[in-house]
Design a protein around this ligand. Structure first.
Ligand SMILES: [Mn+2]
Length: 400
């Protein structure tokens, strides 16, 4: 194990931030239905309040990603939304345009055979850029549901070219302070082909778009068995890793709580960043973000658990003895090298994390503090009454 002082670990934790998604606080569903939680957020104010609470309890999630159409009322000044976030102690993070839900996008957005649909998508993305500029957002995070279901349904290369052109138009409208993140996914909702199916396609499209476009790795967007951390290391070395969407999965894109199925996979992703920093002496600018949908767990509990998991796995990667690892690798000591990772991974860092939290005036156990604080019961009562007063029976603002 690397000899590292607690104060160095504290400094590392001080620099670690992970962004939460506004949509993770509202009622979301499965392909088959949506089960409501009375305490779930159903307004932007409530989503920001929940995100602010998560940050207050963990001190590690100071920004919230938004989906343009789900969160920004066209009649509302975007700066008012930024002020609202500030009221809850957070700031607005990545802007996520919605180019997948309107009827016009049935056959796709930038890849749609109809130029009108392409233009609507471009206009909406540029609107999102402008809102992002107004609220000081650093990221335009692009997820496309574009794909086809049947061979012959459309011309895949024509679609690729239209994607290139569309992304470039949007890139050219971004302020210098903004980074475009291009997300990929092998399948779903398209079952035959997806226009941005893997990191290689996202890389090529980002390169065509311009110098401020990078690849976003959503950990749930890979086929079974894909070595995600290898992709992370490869993109880092090419200076093309823009950010992460963290979540976990067992089968497809399940959007489960980060590290709930395979915490070692989270460790291995962070480890790749730690190794890159050790090798190059550089700290890459990476957006650590969460993209999860909590259908069964309490929304806020799931988010607090996520931040805690992220901090623990991140902290463990600080313990890897990278000098010893380099020596073991050089002499071909396979078992020794692997054990250096395992030693760090198996270390229980919960006490260190609790001490950091106390030193920063945070609850040592944020989940326990949330449960003890009665927040959920209060939200349940207040939000049920507020929905009733608004005449809203069910929550809105999310997918499915
Ligand atoms: Mn995602």
């Amino acid at each position: 194990m690397a000899k590292i002082t607690e104060s160095k670990l504290f400094t590392a934790l001080d620099g670690f931030e992970i962004e939460l998604p506004s949509w993770g606080f509202s009622d979301t569903g499965t392909r088959f239905g949506k089960f409501f939680q009375p305490a779930a957020a159903s307004t932007l104010d409530e989503k920001l309040e929940d995100a602010g609470l998560c940050h207050k309890l963990t001190g590690a999630c100071p920004s919230v990603a938004t989906h343009t159409l789900w969160d920004f009322d066209p009649d509302m000044n975007p700066r008012a939304v930024a002020r609202l976030a500030k009221k809850y102690g957070i700031k607005l993070g990545a802007m996520n345009p919605n180019v997948f839900q309107d009827q016009i996008y049935k056959l796709g957005s930038l890849g749609n055979p109809d130029p009108k649909a392409q233009q609507q998508a471009i206009d909406h993305m540029i609107d999102s850029v402008n809102i992002g500029r107004a609220v000081g957002s650093k990221y335009l995070s692009l997820w496309f549901a574009d794909g086809t279901n049947y061979p012959g349904q459309d011309n895949l290369v024509r679609r690729k070219r239209d994607f290139q052109k569309g992304l470039k138009k949007v890139h050219d409208k971004m302020p210098r302070s903004m980074t475009m993140l291009v997300e990929y996914k092998p399948f779903e909702p398209g079952f035959y082909h997806t226009d941005i199916a893997d990191w290689g396609m996202a890389y090529v499209l980002a390169k065509h778009a311009g110098p401020r476009a990078k690849v976003l790795v959503d950990t749930g967007h890979h086929l079974q068995g894909t070595n995600v951390e290898h992709i992370v290391g490869f993109l880092l070395d090419e200076n093309m890793l823009g950010g992460f969407h963290f979540n976990d999965r067992k089968y497809a894109d399940d959007d489960l709580t980060m590290g709930s199925i395979d915490p070692y996979a989270v460790f291995r992703c962070f480890n790749m960043v730690g190794q890159f920093e050790f090798d190059t002496g550089k700290t890459p600018k990476i957006g650590y973000m969460v993209d999860q949908s909590h259908n069964l767990k309490s929304k806020v509990e799931a988010m607090i658990t996520t931040v805690d998991m992220a901090q623990r796995q991140f902290l463990k990667t600080q313990l890897v003895d990278r000098r010893a690892l380099a020596r073991a690798q050089k002499r071909g000591d396979v078992t020794g090298a692997e054990n250096l990772l395992i030693d760090a991974y198996e270390t229980d860092v919960r006490k260190t994390l609790a001490r950091w939290r106390r030193a920063r005036g945070l609850p040592a156990d944020p989940l326990a503090a949330y449960r003890k604080g009665g927040y959920e019961q209060k939200a349940k009562k207040e939000r049920t009454a507020a929905r009733k007063a608004r005449g809203v029976v069910q929550s809105s603002g999310g997918y499915a």
